[in-house]
Ligand binder design. Structure first.
Ligand code: SF4
Ligand code: SF4
Length: 252
């Protein structure tokens, strides 16, 4: 059986997810051996930029018309498109000011030159094209991208945790930063998969993996409310990486 043809691409972002792939070290030769990597600009300048691809892994958010055109071309040539990283899956940090006046932001930062920049409000990949699979994380977890590659080679989609970071945190027997110290820890609303990296180090979760699909927003907000943490503060903190509809759990 021939190896699947793969492309790995970056839109606007920090390139951290592509670096995670390159940093797979012990597994990298196996990955390169199992895949026919045709287009990966971060790794090589000898790319086949026009061939059909079985799988495209795409990092970064759509922040310009150039990003949008690039993403549409990738979609056209790929059978399966995988969004990698929180920017690609949710819009990420760049989408934090999604409702702001773009022209005013460009003027504030770049002055008169800003008006000529190709800059659009940040969008996640699924806002522009059909996405077949999401692998979130800022950056992605090495184990999750390796698992994704293994599952795709096997012909079935990987299953990621839909429960919140709190579940992993409790499995690691941490004392709770929210319950015991009243810290604004976003663990109750954030997708697990990082093995509660930050609370394990006694740092409150910032929500960098995006919302957990199986989170109980209503009870989490009640828990924050009992500790005098306003809903607006939770929403503001979560918005750094991905929007969570904190009104969905409103009790009043
Ligand atoms: S410290 Fe944070 S992640 Fe851990 S249980 Fe408490 S709220 Fe959840
Ligand atoms: S604990 Fe929260 S902020 Fe830290 S890596 Fe996990 S999801 Fe991201």
């Amino acid at each position: 059986m021939s190896k699947p043809r793969v492309g790995i691409f970056g839109l606007t972002g920090c390139a951290g997810d592509q670096l995670v792939i390159l940093n797979c070290e012990d597994q990298l030769l196996d990955v390169v051996g199992a895949l026919d990597i045709r287009d990966f600009l971060m790794a090589t300048s000898a790319n086949d930029t026009g061939c059909r691809l079985d799988v495209a892994l795409v990092e970064g958010a759509v922040l310009s018309r150039r990003d949008e055109e690039k993403l549409r071309r990738i979609r056209e040539r790929s059978q399966v498109l995988v969004a990698i990283g929180t920017c690609a899956v949710w819009g990420g940090v760049a989408a934090m000011d999604g409702d702001a006046d773009r022209a005013a932001l460009l003027q504030d930062i770049y002055g008169a030159a800003g008006a000529s920049y190709d800059s659009t409000p940040a969008r996640a990949l699924h806002d522009v094209v059909k996405v077949d699979l999401n692998v979130s994380g800022c950056p992605i977890e090495k184990e999750e991208i390796l698992k994704t590659v293994a599952h795709l080679l096997n012909g079935d989609p990987p299953v990621f945790p839909d429960y919140p970071v709190c579940a992993e945190c409790r499995m690691r027997e941490n004392n709770c930063l929210l319950v015991e110290k009243g810290e604004v820890c976003c663990g109750p609303l954030t997708a697990a998969g990082c093995n509660a990296r930050c609370p394990e180090l006694r740092i409150a979760c910032l929500g960098c993996r995006g919302p957990a699909s199986d989170a109980s927003i209503r009870s989490a907000l009640a828990m924050f409310g009992e500790r005098g943490i306003p809903r607006a503060e939770i929403a503001r903190k979560l918005r750094t990486f991905a929007p969570v509809d904190t009104q969905a759990g409103a009790t009043a």
